[in-house]
Design a protein around this ligand. Sequence first.
Ligand SMILES: *[C@@H]1O[C@H](CO)[C@@H](O)[C@H](O)[C@H]1NC(C)=O
Ligand SMILES: *[C@@H]1O[C@H](CO)[C@@H](O)[C@H](O)[C@H]1NC(C)=O
Ligand SMILES: *[C@@H]1O[C@H](CO)[C@@H](O)[C@H](O)[C@H]1NC(C)=O
Ligand SMILES: *[C@@H]1O[C@H](CO)[C@@H](O)[C@H](O)[C@H]1NC(C)=O
Ligand SMILES: *[C@@H]1O[C@H](CO)[C@@H](O)[C@H](O)[C@H]1NC(C)=O
Ligand SMILES: *[C@@H]1O[C@H](CO)[C@@H](O)[C@H](O)[C@H]1NC(C)=O
Ligand SMILES: *[C@@H]1O[C@H](CO)[C@@H](O)[C@H](O)[C@H]1NC(C)=O
Ligand SMILES: *[C@@H]1O[C@H](CO)[C@@H](O)[C@H](O)[C@H]1NC(C)=O
Ligand SMILES: *[C@@H]1O[C@H](CO)[C@@H](O)[C@H](O)[C@H]1NC(C)=O
Ligand SMILES: *[C@@H]1O[C@H](CO)[C@@H](O)[C@H](O)[C@H]1NC(C)=O
Length: 434
Amino acid sequence: MPFRHYVSGLLVAAAAVSSSPSPLVPRLDSVLPLSTQGRDVFDNNGNVFYYAATNWPGHQESMIPEGLQHASVHDIVSWFPKLGLNAVRLTYAIEMVDDMYSNSTNQTLEKSVLNALGQTNGTVVLDQILAHNPQFSKNMTRLQVFDAVAEELANQNVLLHLDNHVSKAFWCCSENDGNGWFGEKYFDVDNWIRGWSFMAKHGKDNWPSFASVGLRNELRTSNDSEPYDWYTWYTHMTAAADAVHLSNPDALIFFSGFDYDVYIDPIPLGRTLNGTNGSSTAGKSAVFVPDEFDWEDKIVLEIHKYDFEATQDDCETFKSKWYQKGFQALDGSNPDTKYLFPMVLSEWGFIQNGTYFEQTTYNNCTIEMVEDWKFGWMHWELSGSFYLQTRPGRTPATIQGLDEAWGLLNYNWSAIRSPVTVENSLDKMIAALG
Ligand SMILES: *[C@@H]1O[C@H](CO)[C@@H](O)[C@H](O)[C@H]1NC(C)=O
Ligand SMILES: *[C@@H]1O[C@H](CO)[C@@H](O)[C@H](O)[C@H]1NC(C)=O
Ligand SMILES: *[C@@H]1O[C@H](CO)[C@@H](O)[C@H](O)[C@H]1NC(C)=O
Ligand SMILES: *[C@@H]1O[C@H](CO)[C@@H](O)[C@H](O)[C@H]1NC(C)=O
Ligand SMILES: *[C@@H]1O[C@H](CO)[C@@H](O)[C@H](O)[C@H]1NC(C)=O
Ligand SMILES: *[C@@H]1O[C@H](CO)[C@@H](O)[C@H](O)[C@H]1NC(C)=O
Ligand SMILES: *[C@@H]1O[C@H](CO)[C@@H](O)[C@H](O)[C@H]1NC(C)=O
Ligand SMILES: *[C@@H]1O[C@H](CO)[C@@H](O)[C@H](O)[C@H]1NC(C)=O
Ligand SMILES: *[C@@H]1O[C@H](CO)[C@@H](O)[C@H](O)[C@H]1NC(C)=O
Ligand SMILES: *[C@@H]1O[C@H](CO)[C@@H](O)[C@H](O)[C@H]1NC(C)=O
């Protein structure tokens, strides 16, 4: 998520566990592979499938999923069915794959934690990770940690959506942080595609609940990269999708839009995707025509929506403004819609502090949007705290053991942070899909 407007709060005391029924939790063997037709995702039985997920970051400096110093993989994964969720958006950094290709000695769990947190604090955290997860060893690789997470997700019938969040491993996102647009400082397009070829195949071969990929999180403008235009988007996103599909013909492929993924309407509207005058893409154009692709029945559009403007719009206004950003993809009755696609709201959320959900109209109107249009979603996020977080521009830029006030779990990952918030937001988002 973009940190420009990101509000972090103080530690909120642990509260009682809320649990809700989970009618959406699938049986994997009857669900995968997923495919798409028109505006919907279908499971392997031909039933419409809606993602009801939360995010679990694994893309920050240590390059392993967060929280393992507080709880076991098993206990963390258990939150998904307890919360009534059927999937996880698990994030990773391309740097993890780059390290594999360079045979880096930094890939072990031990080095990953010590390099990120320093010798003293890293040793403490590493010992905590090993104490909570006795099946782990210091010399296992980051990828083996992901494998352990994936295995447990499958054991508990949670679908795995793998999101490429960044190239260089640190908190996403801000303008000119090097990770934002094709060709920017850290965003090497060839390494990104290589990373996807590897992860798509590895997931197919090793992760039984692997369902889908998000090609790139929150694309955004940059002052030093390839031109920021839809033609450049088309070129690289379709090349990455080809690579994923070649490695893993079963996976759904999510396409994100512009400006931190807040709009993608040119795709369902079938607009010409232009280059930029006076740049290397001048005079170039393309159109995203789904039936030209081998992965025609795997395309999903993703969009993000936060409440940075603390909206007080009434829901009719909120919904009609938001519709224009790409929900034409779901609307076969709109004459301007050229192509129908499934849409997933792959990030939404706000501070879990027991009052925010009713301070603005965002929560109610987002629930209404799901009721009206029926689309899958992925809440931001599960984590109660982070190993560490680096945000360029903040003082201090790097904070170890940072509390995540937006997390569903408390600091220790031991309980729901704000049950009243969950009852009034997450639970209603699940009900809205019914
Ligand atoms: C990494 O190791 C493999 C297998 O030993 C080798 O083929 C490859 O050249 C090495 N890569 C680098 C960048 O050293
Ligand atoms: C390993 O990580 C350290 C610390 O971040 C870095 O200085 C070193 O260059 C890395 N080594 C390799 C082989 O990537
Ligand atoms: C890693 O360490 C464990 C014991 O902690 C050992 O059994 C295993 O063989 C080691 N693996 C590698 C690849 O060195
Ligand atoms: C781009 O922005 C970054 C961060 O604000 C700055 O450090 C860098 O000098 C800028 N680069 C160019 C080419 O303007
Ligand atoms: C691309 O340019 C054409 C012609 O100027 C225009 O009609 C179209 O809307 C542009 N596409 C986008 C996505 O802006
Ligand atoms: C870009 O170039 C085309 C063709 O030369 C021209 O029609 C168009 O007006 C230019 N657009 C902008 C924004 O300068
Ligand atoms: C929750 O967060 C919002 C936004 O920062 C703030 O206005 C509100 O006072 C907070 N509520 C509590 C109980 O701290
Ligand atoms: C949200 O909806 C609930 C129930 O429909 C209502 O009681 C509440 O006042 C609404 N809150 C806001 C901020 O609109
Ligand atoms: C190490 O951990 C301690 C306490 O947990 C904390 O106060 C300190 O800031 C951490 N060191 C760094 C470099 O963040
Ligand atoms: C959870 O974290 C809080 C605050 O850091 C601490 O006081 C408490 O003892 C922890 N609880 C458990 C069960 O570890």
